[in-house]
Ligand binder design. Sequence first.
Ligand SMILES: Cc1ncc(COP(=O)(O)O)c(C=O)c1O
Length: 474
Amino acid sequence: MSKSNPLSAAAAAAAAPAALSDLQKAKASFLNSELSSSYGYQGWLEQHWWAEVGARFGPGQHYLDYTGAGQFTTSQLAAAFQELSTTGLGNPHSNNPSSAAATREVAAARALVLAHFNASAEEYHVIYTKGATEGLKMVHAKSDVHNQHFVLLDAAAYAATHALDMSAVQPDFLTVSFYKLFGYPSGLGALLVRKQAAQRLRKVYFGGGSVSYCTAEDAWHVLSPAPAGYEDGTLGSLNIACLKHGFSQLAALGGMQAVSAHVESLRQWTYSQLLQLCHSNGQPLVRLFGRHAEGPRQQGGIFQFQVLTPEGDRVPGSLVDAAASAAGLHLRSGCNCNPGRCMANLGITPQQERERAAKFHKGPILIVMRPQGSNSSSSSSSSPEAIVRLAEQQQQDAGEPPLEAVPLPLGSVRVSLGAYSTFEDCYALVRLLGGTFTDFEVYQRELAAGMKLVRVMDDAEHAVKLRAAVALAQ
Ligand SMILES: Cc1ncc(COP(=O)(O)O)c(C=O)c1O
């Protein structure tokens, strides 16, 4: 093991009680609790984390954005590169030997995907996609004349830290991204489709090996049988060939149950610590969204929150983000991939969001009118002024009062734990929040005037000023 492994260093120091730091004390107490049995894959994380994951981020860095992108291990990457550098793979749609080898890889990986989700090859197709979003786009939303209903499961975030048993859940469609599961490769996902539901997939263009018959003159073609008929162009076969190394890495950890238990041990510790953070006037420092109080079946290792001032006002997410980045914590602010939930959490109405778009957006805007109960959609480019006019027109048409620029508490902070999260990562988060934002001494000293700006300006505009204040405090 590398001498510079900070986890090992902490463990070694823990053996000498006289020199225990706050981190070491907190970790010792965590490891003495019942949570420790599911933490760290029976010692694997302590031993290998630095060489496998930590070293590429560098000392003192804490990756806390696993829902943004999962992480790979160094040995997973080494195995993938070893394979690619010793195997001749061609275009999977031809018949020559290197093509046939690629075709075998593509088929073998479909079987691995099915096995990972415990889905049967008799029931489901695996269609390779660019990612979870592409899978969603392929599924028709409208139910047909018989009023049939279909279940589409977007498991992009869930599957990263949970076992998902398709034989029990039985969705018609399941969409996932592999970079969320094991970091590498990115730009590759899958749509699992129940065979009887395949006719609900939207397919407009074709290319590569996805068509069996067509003419250049007439507008008709016959798609190849599923799944190939639903995959556009040439598959990312080298990436697909590397999927096996990601699945092997998860298996080496003990499978998704082990990942899930590991994340849950850290979620419980972090949740209890966040609840305890408060200002000296007794007001909570963090307003936590989600269903943490209801336990792991309702809430995974994602913390969506706002940092609050002693008066209960929101600290802009961009400030927390800037302070975290400066301290080596990689988290996210904004509304992330779930604007609907985010706005519901923050109490933002559709009308307020229209006003925000109209008043604050700078530069060209692409307006996309989403279909309302139909499959038609249209889009058009427009200037900010046109957006304002459109929003005002909509207000007028709806008989609603004219628009006004309103200050909104948009943007919360998201921390998401994953397969290689460590106790040190969670400790660093709690310390950053408690150390930087308790009582807002810096904030009030440097930015007494700035608080007003916070209430009336968009986050991005004052982030620079606030960042400067954080820098002063360090
Ligand atoms: C629930 C959910 N669905 C879809 C996506 C988008 O996935 P992709 O980037 O693979 O298209 C995300 C991304 O974070 C997500 O969390």
